[in-house]
Design a protein around this ligand. Structure first.
Ligand SMILES: [Zn+2]
Length: 329
């Protein structure tokens, strides 16, 4: 390589490294700002911060995949519709006067003392949520009732309370790390089989990626999450479903068996062994050997109304690559 070319590429590398550092720093600052808001709400309401973190994270993920909701303006994901914020009978749905809002039973409040209750101001929004929850009570049972009345959907309440448990356990918001479902040292192969007509995943079109490997190769949780499902299904065989903090459901099918201590409701983290590769399925419980051993891995997303499958292949590739790079360091 020419010297000048080497110099240019070295400069480019530095520039890229500096850019990456500042992006990481920005992300760090956002996490800090969010935690600050949750802690502030906790101090005022006596409701633990992780409930606010869970509500916020749930709504952020819903907004990311819904077109009918505006994208967040600040660091929070919580979105209160104008009629909820200003009050259902308020003639001005964009009212920012805390007094008239309260007259119309709107949830909007002035959280930062600037005299306005703004639905796009993070301080006002988090305090509005805190005040709303507080009207029911500050213990788990009452928070659950408040969430039910607010969202009117059992699944949403479950998703939020699941996240609250995870945040409580790890005491951090940074739970986005993922790993490949099989140990990278194992002998395995996979390709993009999304939408293939034939598969052993138990659905009409193939909703997932098949990762072929030998019997008994450990299967690991790909994320921080909660074991939402563990058991037998006619097509999936022995399978496990894990819900992560992004409203994503990770589905592992055709297992040979489960990790000894695995139970529904358990909190797992990236790399936690949940079972091993097998060929179970396509018959009554215990049926195996109707196809070569492999892990069927699927991903599903909840948007607050419904849940749909999306292609896990690009994610598998990215996690595999990231883990390889981490190992080399
Ligand atoms: Zn499959």
């Amino acid at each position: 390589m020419h010297r000048w070319l080497a110099a240019i590429s070295a400069a480019a590398m530095l520039w890229i490294a500096a850019g990456a550092a500042s992006a990481a720093e920005q992300e760090e600052a956002v996490y800090e700002k969010r935690m600050e808001l949750y802690k502030k709400a906790e101090a005022v309401s006596l409701i633990p911060w992780y409930y606010f973190a869970a509500i916020d994270q749930y709504e952020r993920n819903v907004r990311q995949v819904r077109r009918d909701l505006p994208k967040p303006a600040g660091v929070l994901g919580i979105y209160m519709k104008p009629e909820i914020w200003a009050g259902p009978l308020n003639k001005n749905p964009h009212d920012t006067d805390p007094f008239t809002i309260s007259q119309f039973s709107g949830l909007g409040v002035d959280g930062d003392g600037d005299g306005y209750a703004r639905a796009d101001d993070d301080d006002d929004v988090i305090m509005a949520m805190a005040r709303y929850l507080q009207t029911y009570g500050i213990d788990h049972r009452h928070i659950k009732i408040a969430l039910w009345n607010y969202y009117q959907r059992a699944k949403t309440v479950d998703l939020i309370l699941g996240k609250a448990r995870i945040y409580k356990k790890y005491q951090t918001l940074k739970l986005d790390n993922h790993v490949f479902p099989l140990p990278l040292g194992a002998n395995y192969s996979y390709r993009d089989t999304w939408g293939d007509a034939r598969g052993w995943g138990g659905r009409r079109i193939h909703e997932g990626t098949d990762i072929f490997a030998g019997y008994g190769v450990p299967v690991r949780s790909t994320c921080y999450g909660i074991v939402e499902l563990k058991g037998w299904n006619k097509y999936g065989g022995w399978r496990v479903g894990i819900r992560d903090i992004n409203n994503t459901y990770h589905y592992f099918a055709h297992l040979n068996g489960f990790a000894a201590d695995l139970r529904e409701g358990q909190i797992v983290e990236p790399g936690t062994i949940i079972g091993s590769v097998g060929s179970s399925g396509y018959g009554p419980p215990g049926t195996a050997g109707k196809f070569p051993p492999h892990l069927h891995y699927g991903m599903y997303k909840d948007n607050g109304y419904t849940e749909w499958a999306f292609d896990p292949y690009p994610h598998l590739k990215a996690w595999e690559r990231a883990e390889r790079q981490q190992r080399r360091r």
